[in-house]
Design a protein around this ligand. Sequence first.
Ligand code: DQQ
Length: 588
Amino acid sequence: MGVRLGRVAWACPAVLLLLLQLAGASHVVYETSLLETEAAAATVPASIFELSTGYHFRPQKNWINDPNAPLYYKGWYHLFFQYNPKGAVWGNIVWAHSVSRDLINWVALETALAPSIDADKYGCWSGSATIMPDGTPVIMYTGVSRPDVNYEVQNVAFPKNSSDPLLREWVKPAHNPVIVPEGGINATQFRDPTTAWYADGHWRILVGALSGASRGVAYVYRSRDFRRWTRVRKPLHSAPTGMWECPDFYPVTVDGKESGVDTSVVSSSRVKHVLKNSLDLRRYDYYTVGTYDRLKERYVPDNPAGDKHHLRYDYGNFYASKTFYDPSKRRRILWGWANESDTAVDDVAKGWAGIQAIPRKVWLDPSGRQLMQWPVEEVEALRGKKPVSLKDRVVKRGEHVEVTGLQTAQADVEVSFEVPSLEGAEALDPALANDAQKLCGVKGADVEGGVGPFGLWVLASSKLEERTAVFFRVFKAAGNVNSTKPLVLMCSDPTKASLNKNLYHPTFAGFVDIDMAKGKISLRSLIDRSVVESFGAGGRTCILSRVYPSLAIGRNAHLHVFNNGKADIKVSRLTAWEMKKPALMNGA
Ligand code: DQQ
């Protein structure tokens, strides 16, 4: 079957060019069983079908999970991902493969890796790509090699034809597996190799693991030739958090600039390192910033409590993420998977499940304490030409202001708030001072505060029965929790997102490390029908929520600024753009 295009594609020369470049590429379209879908569809609300995302990455059909081996090669971005070719629930996992020129328009190619050898007969699970010194990529991934238990080994695959910029075919050499779980390693919890970094004549990778009942571990393996790998006796790092899935380990520059560096840059004066792990038990991605000692092969987080307090990439629905270095724009880009939070029956009915979050540029905040994240600039090409703006609008206690003049079911909204006074900020219950999520659960969007809650109601129905609140709430400095400055909470409260009460709608929250003395804070929300992906304070705190309104759909989705705090706040500027659907989204 050929590449499928919508009408827009034919109208757009860049897309046509892309089409020509892809001429001959066979497009893989997978079918979910019609009977299965029809049976399930009978029991789900019709509205669910109108919530298919417009500009977030997803295939046309079926289940996806982890992003795998993102890379840039000969002018193309490649994204592989865990994919079930046979349905909208997890299973039958292969590596699907899509390519893009701009991180926004995507074309699905043939499956890159599917079970075919003894070492991956029961699954091709997550992994990463490394660019070799000659410029060609190599993939290392987890193969499940026994049917009875998930016996996990690590395999490599190479492009069949490295002159093909689309890297359509991958070859698994006969010497697979290259790493097996020896030396007392728990073979069922041993997976997801990282991108390798190179120093002093050796490649190194990490493999995520579980040691004993509850210790998450990142083992280091070293190799001179990418073929024979030896485990370093002590792990790079470990913590009592449960299994570490999908580790990621990379340098970030300390110069306060937003540019990224290649994974093999390990010189200690210019860079710090980030170690990220996906917590299988709690299903979120946490990271620490710290120092890598390549001679000892150890990593030490700067904050000794970092493995306990869990800085997260995203305080919402975002898991199994992976970064890569994009040499074309000298930046590091983060991909993360956002699962559905409707029901499996809904997923089977609509025929698909799972998206990737908008790719985000990541860099180290000049404080050195945390990362910053921002949607890649390419996403701005989807903004409509006529944004709607508000300027210097005071929003009083209990007031809400609707932003009209555009459809907001698929939109990009940037807003800067001014908070004239912090005097009325509420005191913080010390018992909740380390638990943003609980705090947000207790003090949701409708509980009046001193300063805040203020923020956006997105995907709101006309009578506001449905609305998802994304907001800030400021608390007084609480000396007893080591904070000498007001504490800012950022929340996403979707408890009123849908009249359909059968859905899972947890509140999500994180603290924002910002000095509110300047009285300013910003918020950006990327709204995409069933996704609300928000960036607080320029990307210090991020929250992605999946929501499934039943009324606030299409033209019936509204946007408001609200203030449920006693203190007035001012919108110094709000700009909202309608977002177009990319011309190419894997045929979806
Ligand atoms: N998903 C993969 C595993 C990984 C998990 C299997 C994380 O390799 O540990 O689909 O979501």
